[in-house]
Write a protein that binds this ligand. Structure first.
Ligand code: SF4
Ligand code: NI
Ligand code: NI
Length: 705
């Protein structure tokens, strides 16, 4: 097959189909009918991005389709084929968007996701930038057999690749009982034109993380070509439309590998019939590097399983979760005290118990390293949670002495034991922190008679650590750290991380950044020498300004660490929560990512997120990590925590202890109760009477504006 010729022919088919559907819809509903995808602040993203029009009505579409149709030429070369691919993408966007007229979820009854929401985009943002997810594979069509489809996808899952599926391969995987869904980083889009939703995803990454403008065609294409590490496997029969879709991928800089014979376009549209080789070729073409560690356990270990749930009917054994005493501790020890690689279970293991049993659990990780510092213990200890969850059939929540662990029946059937937890931890710690950890051993205590002893040991250490943390404030250090990890997506963004202010993703504290710097001195966390303090109240230092200037490519000259109104920190897109000013209430509201309803600022989280990201300063709006709320430096320059007038109930409850403690420290009686939530109201007018009745302190403060 000549793929260039076929792509142009396929485009004609796709475009005619889009026109037909569009005309039918116009006749049926009329041009003023609203058209929108659900849960997005980017309208129809492919069109918003590449063309610039914020489409909200059906009647806007014919002009756009016609505009792109003009780019179709009939010479069969690669350049024209790629432009044809683009037209196919626009056609697919229109066909898909039509399905959402008057129907928020047209795939409700199917396993298909269809349009991928902004929430999911953001959720995947952090792991994509920090390399936890090293790349994306798009699989379309039908594999030679279901068995081979299953093998292929498991291979990708094991490598931690985000796998996006379209067409019959989805049914093949279901037939083989392969775990699919967002929890497994394996997204079944749907069939046929639903493949456009992966392009929608990429375009929004450019808008949201890259801060590119809608309609800045070149900038958006460049962003996707440079930063999205993805490749496409087209499996099974190639019809013209499928080839045209492949050309759309090429146009976006993504190589296409097919298992059929074609006239190749070298490096862009190529044949590889062996699926394992095809994956390796895709990784190579996109320069994706997978770190492979052999872990001696009979289950797959990788971030694809991080979101896996194990319900009580699927579990073989569980530990902790207030049912049995449990804890986990990473502790620095002397060199002589550690036998590197030793994993020991003290007490019963799987063979000694029965299905449904509960055991106590102490996960004691002993480390030694020449460059290790006691301060890093907490940083490493939090990794226990992630590493455990990487195990297929292993589930972990909580931390310290409120952890809760389950092992699934399935994992036990495969031969997994409690000892295996130790092997996973050993392998992951050693491979991720080679410069800080020289020796590591794991003791896993499941013995009822010995658990109290390790609990005491752990609690003593937690107390010591907490005391140390209290001493650690912005005043007690002379360097902050920056974090430029998100620049791989938001090129002009920088987080300045201080002891009193966590990075806006919530995942990088000052100590995390410090440890990361020790591990990789040229990495994304660099020390920021404070220099001279220009404004103590708002938190402005010459050192921070200089760093902000440099990292924003000269766009931003000043940054106030403690203000949201006056030169606030920029946002990339990974924020755990967004703060927004409510001038009518003389205060701020905060909304967390999980909350999808309307908020008093008149926007849902997804729409707000579209306004805040991209590495820009947006006075009055700011992305934050949830725990910043409890910091004594929390928007100190603007009046601090007293200004909080609204947050979703769930977030409020999550932060209850901290808010109550901060309220007491500030001499506010019952401050927790004064903060409105969605049960009080979702507009300023609805919450104002409540704030007045409760005597909310914000109403008495200096006007914000
Ligand atoms: Fe991204 Fe900031 Fe988190 Fe670093 S601290 S990963 S830059 S959000
Ligand atoms: Ni798991
Ligand atoms: Ni980010």
């Amino acid at each position: 097959i000549d793929v260039c010729k076929a792509a142009i022919e396929g485009t004609i088919v796709a475009t005619s189909f889009a026109e037909l559907r569009l005309n039918q819809a116009l006749n049926e509903y009329g041009p003023d009918t609203e058209i929108a995808y659900p849960d997005t602040g980017y309208e129809l993203p492919v069109i918003s991005g590449l063309e610039g029009t914020k489409v909200t009505k059906l009647g806007q579409l014919p002009r756009i389709l016609n505009k792109f149709k003009k780019n179709l030429k009939h010479e069969f070369d690669f350049e024209n084929a790629k432009m044809a691919g683009e037209l196919t993408a626009i056609s697919a966007e229109i066909i898909e968007a039509l399905k959402y007229i008057g129907d928020e979820d047209p795939y409700e009854d199917e396993v298909y996701t269809g349009f991928v929401s902004d929430g999911v985009l953001r959720e995947l943002g952090v792991p994509l930038v920090d390399g936890t997810i090293p790349g994306i594979a798009l699989l379309v069509g039908k594999a030679r057999s279901s068995e081979e489809a299953a093998e292929l996808v498991k291979d990708l899952q094991g490598k931690g690749i985000l796998t996006v599926l379209n067409d019959q391969i989805i049914e093949q995987l279901i037939e083989e009982d392969v775990k699919i869904g967002l929890d497994y980083l394996t997204i079944p889009l749907g069939h046929f034109t639903q493949v456009i939703h992966v392009v929608n995803f990429a375009v929004r990454a450019a808008l949201a993380f890259g801060g590119e403008e809608r309609g800045d065609y070149e900038a958006i294409l460049t962003y996707i070509r440079d930063r999205i590490k993805a490749f496409v496997l087209v499996l099974g029969d190639l019809d013209e439309v499928r080839i045209a879709a492949g050309m759309a991928a090429n146009h976006l800089g993504l190589p296409v590998i097919t298992d059929q014979d074609v006239q190749e376009v070298p490096d862009w549209f190529v044949t590889e019939k062996d699926y394992e080789e095809a994956v390796l070729l895709g990784l190579e073409l996109q320069d994706i590097h997978i770190e492979i560690v052999d872990i001696p356990v009979p289950i797959t270990v990788g971030p694809a399983f991080e979101g896996e749930q194990i319900r009580s009917d699927g579990m073989y054994v569980e530990f902790g979760g207030q049912r049995t005493p449990a804890c986990e501790l990473v502790k620095m020890r002397e060199k002589e005290e550690i036998e590197d690689g030793k994993v020991e279970v003290i007490g019963p293991d799987i063979d000694d118990i029965e299905d449904g049993d509960k055991l106590p659990l102490g996960i004691m990780v002993d480390v030694y390293g020449r460059n290790m510092e006691e301060d890093f213990e907490g940083v490493f200890e939090r990794r226990v949670h992630y590493f455990c969850n990487y195990g297929e059939g292993l589930w972990h929540v909580g931390q310290r002495d409120i952890n809760w662990v389950r092992i699934s029946k399935e994992a036990v059937e495969k031969g997994f034991t409690i000892e295996g937890i130790g092997h996973i931890l050993y392998a992951k710690f050693k491979s991720e922190y080679p410069s800080l950890i020289d020796r590591l051993q794991v003791r896993i205590v499941t013995d009822e008679d010995k658990i109290d002893e390790v609990l005491d040991e752990a609690r003593e250490r937690y107390t010591k650590r907490d005391d140390r943390m209290r001493e650690l404030t912005d005043e007690s250090v002379d360097v902050f750290y920056d974090c430029t990890l998100c620049q791989s997506f938001a090129p002009d963004h920088v987080c300045i991380v201080t002891p009193d202010r966590v990075g806006l993703c919530g995942a990088v504290s000052w100590l995390d950044a410090k440890a990361a710097y020790e591990i990789e001195p040229t990495g994304p966390n660099q020390p920021v020498e404070l220099g001279e303090c220009i404004d103590e109240h708002n938190g402005q230092w010459t050192g921070c300004n200089e760093r902000q200037y440099k990292e924003s490519s000269g766009k931003i000259e000043e940054v106030n660490i403690y203000s949201i109104i006056d030169n606030p920190m920029t946002s990339c897109g990974c924020f755990e929560a967004i703060m927004a000013m409510l001038p009518e209430a003389n205060g701020f509201m905060i909304v967390n990512r999980e909350f999808s309803d309307q908020t008093p600022v008149g926007m849902k989280f997804s729409t707000l997120a579209g306004t805040v990201g991209g590495g820009n300063q947006t006075p009055g709006f700011m992305g934050i990590g949830k725990s910043y709320v409890s910091s004594p430096k929390f928007v100190k320059g603007d009046g601090g925590i007293r200004r909080i007038v609204w947050m979703p109930k769930e977030l409020k409850e999550h932060l209850r202890d901290d808010i109550e403690r901060r309220g007491e420290e500030l001499g506010l009686d019952n401050f927790y109760d004064m903060i409105a939530d969605e049960t009080v109201g979702e507009t300023v007018d609805e919450i104002l009477p409540y704030l007045e009745e409760k005597g909310h302190p914000a109403l008495e403060m200096d006007p914000l504006m």
